[in-house]
Design a protein around this ligand. Sequence first.
Ligand code: TXA
Ligand code: MG
Length: 353
Amino acid sequence: METKIVPIKEENLDKSALEEAGKVIKKGGLVAFPTETVYGLGGNALDEAAAGKIYRAKGRPSDNPLIVHICRLEDIYPIVKEVPEAALKLADAFWPGPLTMILRKSDKVPYATTGGLDTVAVRMPGHKTALAFIGAAGGYVAAPSANTSGKPSPTLAKYVTEDLGGRIDMIIDGGRIAIGLESTIVDLTETVPVILRPGYITKEMLEKVLGYVETDKTILDDDAGQAPKAPGMKYKHYAPKGELTIISGSRENVIEAINQKSREMEEKGKKVGIIGTDDTIAFYRADVVKSAGSREKEDTIASALYRILREFDDEGVDVIYSESFEESAKAGGIGQAIMNRLLKAAGHHMERV
Ligand code: TXA
Ligand code: MG
């Protein structure tokens, strides 16, 4: 299949291109589109066959449910059993935006979309192109991140083309994505709201609106001894081809340890990549040294992380050492999402020095 690539600017929405993309979805096809978090791979959420196509295009296990994207709050009512007070409060505070809510599904949503679950993930993205596209597509777009299963989520359209070119009907190229990490997922089906995946909307922000919010124990800890509640979180994710290890400790110890490990690996003939930060990269010696951004501005690190992991793949790096963002994860904020994704990319391989 030939994949049509259509550039659409958020500041200047091309109505006829959006209509065309919407028609593809209505006919049962697949369209990748930009959101404020990462690119999504969209299909009609109410069509079993389209959900099947999404799983096949990504090479994704079909027990891993999809997020249903909507563009108007009222569209939530037909797809869920009930809309709890908490959901309305969160929608009011954070939608459109990088927050996904888990609710009990209605019969309108096929089990193919929810991976067999009686619950459904719903999100209204904060990106003008995404909202207009969802509207043109009939209002309900199921979309996982637009990467091949196991690869970092795409933050540029060229990565979508690399992974899914020839396998889907269309890619809407909206340029570089602002946030760079997937939405926060909060489960509202239990008595207490539970964060299943950390993201740009933090625990503190949710608690301001809802009072007490729990965090699923499996998020930062590999040994929690229980299965993650978001089925997708159990798979090894976001993995670069090179073997990634996170090195944690004081700034001086980390720099020294990473340089020493890099030297040892290079002596063995391995190509080494290092992930540092703006104020440390000058101290590293290796084949490829990259800054994830500034520790003072964690948003820069969130938005660069997946791109950097993919660049290391392109450069054929065998081994990667990364600084840790553990301290900022403890402090709250987006640091928790950064550390969560980095730990997954490393298969939880972390050394303390
Ligand atoms: O930012 C995002 O959320 C992006 C953009 C495209 O919107 N989408 C995204 O989708 O990250 P995906 O499929 O890559 O991740 C969805 C996660 C998976 O871990 C999945 O297991 C979980 O959401 N999930 C979906 N439905 C669920 C449900 N009913 N109960 C629990 N977890 C669910
Ligand atoms: Mg994904």
